[in-house]
Design a protein. Structure first.
Length: 430
């Protein structure tokens, strides 16, 4: 008896639901999912995308920051995000090779995205032949920072940073202070502070670890050898152990008023545009007297002045999205100059749109403008990526550590990398 009553109730509920729907009940609103692998302020990102949702009658759900280990399962699954925004483009070509992301030419055409408005260097990182696998949303580029008070104390003109790599070497020696017991008290320059900058240095030596088209490995080329030996000298001159002991813990102080560049212990170093924005020097050490300039070039190659290497945020459309047209429309909105300007201004990152770069937010700060000008320089380049990038980068990092921190000879180590990875690259590109 109870079972019959239960079935009767269920039937009535189902009948009411069907009748309600037939009478014009509104279905659940559409949802677009955006995943972002960075984001110190998820609420700000959600508020930005809410504006798109309100204007287009959809709900946009932003997940940020998404952990890297969540990306591949999502791309290979049946319900990937509608748009995926990555911190960098290292893995995009691997995803493309596996058929996990969409080639964007059609989305660019239907969305009316103006490729001529995107700076050449950040866009180039997304291309493979005529195919475009990602679009750059924001960008990072690196320059030389110098502590003007440290310059003045060393008898150097605080308004005149080094313009050549040879001058940088001489300035670094003059800015280094060693105590009577051999302990380093202040150092002029550490090439890999706060992380590796081999991508920038090797461009200044005229090469890279891949050929320009990414089809050949050049990890043991002369520019690579020269670049590592040039970095090695800054450790060798004062002793590998001594420099490492002096710099131990620097990385842990990066978001601290005690960061060695802020305190004058590190007189010159390489860093990105975000340092000139509101969240770093202005907040942590507002009284710091510093300058920013393009990284010095080799004296015998003045044509390499204003060299920079662009990295940064890229957006892709996963291959298995439920509505490719909706994803393309959202991507076009993301890439509009107005949205690029707003988001990159908030984060003190470089806008990849030339129109966006004219926003006063980017032009009024002369230190930030150094980076904008570098991105537009004819010598602005980009990180060449291949399906092998992640594996090779890890292996190269171990070589760099041995060369810089222990004085190892780079030649046999680079030859070993070339021998191991050249066949892997050829196989991966088949």
């Amino acid at each position: 008896m109870k079972a019959r009553k239960f079935l009767l109730v269920v039937s009535l509920v189902l009948l009411m639901a069907i009748t309600f729907t037939a009478c014009g009940a509104k279905p659940e609103e559409d949802v677009l999912n955006v995943w972002i692998t960075w984001g110190d302020n998820p609420a700000q990102l959600q508020a930005l995308f809410d504006r798109y949702g309100e204007a287009n009658g959809v709900k946009v759900v932003v997940s940020a920051p998404v952990e890297e280990d969540q990306i591949l399962p999502a791309l290979t699954g049946s319900a990937p995000p509608d748009v995926l925004i990555l911190s960098g483009g290292d893995l995009v070509k691997s995803y493309a090779q596996e058929g996990l992301v969409v080639e964007l030419s059609e989305a660019i055409d239907t969305g009316g995205i103006d490729l001529a408005d995107i700076y050449d260097a950040p866009l180039a990182q997304c291309k493979q032949g005529d195919d475009i696998w990602c679009l750059p949303w924001g960008a990072d580029i690196y320059a030389l920072f110098w502590n003007k008070d440290a310059f003045e104390a060393a008898g150097l003109d605080p308004e005149s940073p080094p313009t050549t790599m040879e001058e940088l070497e001489a300035y670094a020696e003059q800015l280094t202070v060693v105590g009577d017991d051999g302990t380093i008290e202040q150092i002029g320059f550490i090439p890999d502070q706060a992380w590796s900058h081999s991508d920038l240095y090797v461009r200044l030596f005229g090469g890279f670890w891949y050929s320009d088209d990414g089809t050949q490995l050049a990890v043991n080329s002369q520019p690579m050898i020269d670049m590592l030996l040039w970095q090695q000298q800054f450790y060798d001159k004062y002793g590998y152990d001594e420099v490492l002991a002096f710099s131990t813990g620097f990385g842990d102080q990066y978001m601290s008023p005690d960061y060695p560049f802020y305190t004058g212990k590190l007189a010159m170093y390489v860093d990105g545009e975000w340092q000139t924005g509101p969240n770093f020097i202005s907040a942590l050490k507002p009284e710091l007297n510093y300058g920013v300039a393009p990284f010095p070039y080799p004296a015998d190659h003045p044509e390499r002045a204003n060299t920079g290497v662009v990295q940064g945020t890229v957006a892709v459309i996963p291959a298995n999205v439920k509505d490719p047209e909706a994803s393309a429309k959202l991507l076009a909105w993301i890439m509009s100059p107005e949205v690029v300007a707003e988001e990159m201004c908030v984060n003190a990152n470089l806008p990849t749109s030339k129109k966006a770069a004219q926003d006063p937010c980017f032009m009024e700060n002369p230190k930030f403008k150094v980076f904008v000008d570098l991105m537009g320089s004819p010598n602005a380049s980009y990180i060449i990526t291949t399906p092998l990038s992640l594996e090779l980068n890890d292996a190269y990092g171990l070589v760099e550590e041995q060369v810089l921190h222990t004085g190892a000879d780079p030649v046999p180590l680079l030859n070993q990398l070339q021998e191991e990875f050249a066949p892997k690259l050829a196989e991966a590109l088949k």
